[in-house]
Design a protein around this ligand. Structure first.
Ligand SMILES: Cc1ncc(COP(=O)(O)O)c(C=O)c1O
Length: 393
């Protein structure tokens, strides 16, 4: 029998790049491709102690359950570090930021509606949009200064009001920029003035390496800004834990779409995370993580400078896990990627993968992840990459 699938699935396909990245996961490859945290930095032993404590001493950690209040109080405290004052009733737990964005998209967007995002953005958001087959309004963006808020305002003046605007103000994936305080304020003001719901995706907000933890956009405008947070990058993605901060009226609606999606966020990992966060271990862990990732970032930057100075340009990210490299315009990053798989055996994401709508063109750029590999691998990987680029000049 032929498969009768929904119409939107006809346009979707697994990207050849994903297949390629799976094939290239062997030890001979150096991966700068996926946005993976470093597994050696996971606080495995402390989480094991917390798991033991939760499983053996708490009542019903394996049962269906409403969100765990102590964890919500801990998130409330974390949010105050992002400049956001909220009550625990404004915090909604999710299975990671990805689910947070997806639930919000389901609440905000009608099929065939209009959404707004940057010309180059997180592919996970674009995947979420697919079933809605929306019209995507794209805003120009820059790897250093971020979303162009002047153009954003012009588009808002001219076009229909979009169902939502999606942004990643800190440690942008893939560009790596962190938006200035002024632009954050303007974004918040524009969202309010034009009544456009703003999704602030902030998985990298706490990963700030240069003592510059800028407040969340939500701290400047509470109404209509939906903050999405995650424990994936500051604790471990395998916990599948994240959160949304929104008005109470929205939380009620979110609980309806969440129940339909997966009933409740995993009871066990909520409690393990809460036990871990209640101990001093979290502060120590975060400090260690920041030092470790900062030194990996600096290591990658140093070797890029040593190898590609005068050939390419790249960002110095203050947050997150990614460096964006721009090559001379005649070089095609997808061609380089394909050749790299066969010869140098180093992986990265070609820029066009992140292009939204019709306008995004990043064909001579690529994204490098610096959190996953140790400094020795980073040095070797950048050397291989540079050999590849130089062959094409
Ligand atoms: C910008 C952005 N949003 C969301 C996610 C998904 O995070 P989570 O593991 O919390 O679902 C990622 C993961 O890489 C990301 O880079």
């Amino acid at each position: 029998m032929t498969q009768r699938l929904a119409a939107w699935t006809q346009h979707t396909q697994r990207s050849a790049l994903q297949d390629m990245l799976e094939i290239t996961s062997g030890p001979e490859y150096i991966s700068f491709g996926l946005g993976l945290p470093n597994a050696a930095c996971f606080p495995t032993e402390q989480l094991a102690l917390s798991a033991n404590e939760v499983l053996l001493r708490q009542s019903n950690p394996l049962q269906y359950a409403p969100s765990f209040e102590p964890l919500k109080r801990q998130i409330q405290e974390l949010m105050s570090r992002r400049g956001v004052t909220c009550s625990t009733s404004q915090i909604f737990l999710t299975a990671g930021a990805q689910q947070g964005i997806q639930l919000l998209a389901r609440l905000l967007l009608d099929p065939g509606g209009t959404v707004m995002t940057e010309e180059v953005t997180y592919t996970g958001f674009l995947q979420i949009l697919e079933p809605f087959q929306p019209r995507i309004l794209t805003v120009p963006t820059d790897p250093v200064t971020g979303i162009d808020v002047d153009r954003l305002e012009t588009i808002l003046q001219k076009e229909e009001r979009p169902a939502c605007l999606y942004v990643i103000p800190s440690g942008h994936n893939p560009l790596g920029y962190t938006l200035s305080r002024e632009k954050r304020q303007r974004l918040a003001r524009l969202a309010a003035e034009y009544e456009v719901p703003l999704i602030e995706d902030d998985p990298y907000g706490f990963l700030a390496y240069d003592d510059l933890e800028l407040p969340a956009v939500k701290s400047f405008q509470s109404d209509g800004v939906y903050y999405v947070g995650s424990f994936s990058k500051i604790l471990a993605p395998g916990l599948r834990l994240g959160w949304i901060v929104a008005d109470e009226a929205i939380i009620e609606k979110l609980s309806i779409v969440k129940e339909a999606a997966d009933i409740n966020t995993a009871t066990l990992t909520q409690r393990i995370a809460a036990d871990f966060l209640a101990k001093d271990a979290f502060e120590l862990h975060l400090r260690h993580l920041l030092l470790e990732y900062k030194s990996r970032r600096d290591c990658m930057l140093e070797h890029l400078s040593a190898q590609l100075d005068g050939i390419g340009a790249w960002t110095t990210p203050s947050n997150g896990m990614f460096i964006w490299v721009r090559l001379p315009a005649h070089l095609d990053a997808m061609t380089l990627f394909q050749e790299s798989i066969a010869t140098e055996k180093v992986t990265f994401f070609p820029g066009n993968v992140f292009a939204a709508g019709q306008n995004g063109n990043a064909s001579s750029s690529f994204r490098l992840n610096f959190s996953f590999n140790d400094p020795g691998k980073i040095e070797e990987g950048v050397a291989r990459l540079s050999r590849l680029v130089k062959r094409h000049l």
